[in-house]
Structure formats: structure tokens, C-alpha cells
Design a protein around this ligand. Structure first.
Ligand SMILES: NC(=O)c1ccc[n+]([C@@H]2O[C@H](COP(=O)([O-])OP(=O)(O)OC[C@H]3O[C@@H](n4cnc5c(N)ncnc54)[C@H](OP(=O)(O)O)[C@@H]3O)[C@@H](O)[C@H]2O)c1
Length: 185
């Protein structure tokens, strides 16, 4: 089987909401910095990581931040040709998760692969044979959301301690959250 592991990374609030009106429901600078660090850092300095996202998540990223820097950006869409015309050079556009995995396998310089949303891409990744861990920031507050993280089957995914991830409660403004990691059995 392929060695590529697909790690999911998301921030969700009390009701598992992840988005509203094509944007994040909150503004958490340190949480965003955690996302950037986790998805960018590599052990081998000659390599880079890949970030895999749905076309709507790509659309949600402000122009000045996309493509996400120092990472190979892979966008999933059913309309590969038309999306290709509208993304900068270097952004990889594929019709599904299997094609994303194949692309990653074809490159020797990709160290880790991060699935960064949204809903249907997370769902596809959780049921994919190459699924790795879920890095979920659990925000201790409810927000009005129209997009949600899929249910995590706790029979399949177990909470684990990860040395590189702070276990203590994080505070930002009046919002607290935890960085959690779930591993598929
Ligand atoms: N809190 C977080 O961690 C987080 C993370 C990511 C996103 N978000 C939020 O979530 C929202 C966007 O997510 P979303 O769930 O609405 O959309 P999304 O998953 O980012 O994008 C959906 C699109 O991806 C393509 N797609 C989905 N499944 C596919 C498949 N199996 N094969 C090929 N293409 C596929 C389709 O594009 P086409 O229509 O082009 O075919 C579909 O319309 C925003 O509000 C964003 O801010 C939050």
C-alpha cells in the first residue's frame, strides 16, 4: 500500500462548526499560526509538505495568502480544466483524493500531506485507506456555522498524546481551545 499518510487539520467549535458564509467564524491569530507551523514544518529541509483542499476552501483564502506559502497546494474539484485556468502556476488541480495521493507519490520531495478542508474533503480523507491522524483544535464556544466537521467515529479514532502538540488549554481573547490529536486504529 502507498506510504502517503493523509493527516487532517481543522479547527471546530462546540457544535463542530468550521465555517460560515465562506469564511472562518472566528479570528484566532495563534490558532492560525499553529495551522501554518504544523502544515509547513519539515524534518528534511530539502522537502516540502502538501496541503489538500476543496475548491471552496481555496476560494476562501484571501488572494494575498494563496497559494499557501512554502507548501504544495492541491485543489480538488469536479471541474479540473476551468479551475486550472483560474489558479496560479504551481497549484495542482485534481478531480479527487486518489488523484491527489497519486500526485504526491509521484514526487519525491513531499514529506507530509495535510488535508485542510472543507467538509466533504475531510469526510473523504477519514474513510480513505491512507488516512493518518486528525489534528483538531477544539474551540470551547459555539458559533453560528453553516459548514461542519464530519462526525469522528470514536471506535475508529482514539485521542493520543503528541509530543509536538501542546496539551494545555489555549487562551486567545475570551476564547479558549485545546489542540487535540486523534489517531485511526
Ligand atoms: N475551521 C477550519 O478548520 C476550516 C478548514 C477549511 C475550511 N473551512 C471553512 O469551510 C468552508 C468551505 O468548506 P466547504 O465544505 O464548503 O467546501 P470545500 O470542501 O472546501 O469545497 C467543496 C468543493 O470541493 C470540490 N470537491 C469536494 N469533494 C470532491 C471530490 N470528492 N472530488 C473532487 N472534488 C471535490 C467541489 O468543487 P467543485 O464545485 O469545483 O466541483 C466542491 O464544491 C468555508 O467556510 C471555510 O472557511 C474551515
Amino acid at each position: 500500500m502507498s506510504k502517503v499518510k493523509l493527516h487532517l487539520i481543522a479547527a471546530a467549535c462546540d457544535n463542530m462548526g468550521i465555517g460560515v458564509n465562506g469564511a472562518l467564524p472566528w479570528r484566532l491569530k495563534k490558532e492560525m499560526a499553529y495551522f501554518t507551523t504544523m502544515t509547513t514544518k519539515v524534518l528534511d529541509p530539502t522537502k516540502v509538505n502538501a496541503v489538500i483542499m476543496g475548491r471552496r476552501t481555496w476560494d476562501c483564502i484571501p488572494d494575498k495568502y494563496r497559494p499557501l506559502s512554502d507548501r504544495v497546494n492541491i485543489v480538488l474539484t469536479h471541474n479540473v480544466e476551468s479551475v486550472k485556468e483560474n489558479v496560479p502556476e504551481g497549484v495542482v488541480v485534481v478531480p479527487g483524493l486518489d488523484e491527489a495521493v497519486k500526485y504526491i507519490e509521484s514526487r519525491e520531495d513531499i514529506e507530509s500531506s495535510w488535508v485542510i478542508g472543507g467538509s466533504s474533503i475531510y469526510r473523504a480523507a477519514m474513510t480513505h485507506p491512507n488516512c493518518g491522524k486528525i489534528y483538531l483544535t477544539e474551540i470551547q464556544k459555539s458559533f453560528d456555522c453553516d459548514t461542519f466537521f464530519p462526525n469522528i467515529d470514536k471506535q475508529q479514532f482514539h485521542l493520543v498524546d503528541e509530543e509536538e502538540v501542546p496539551g494545555e488549554r489555549q487562551e486567545e481573547g475570551n476564547i479558549s481551545y485545546y489542540f487535540r490529536v486523534y489517531k485511526k486504529l
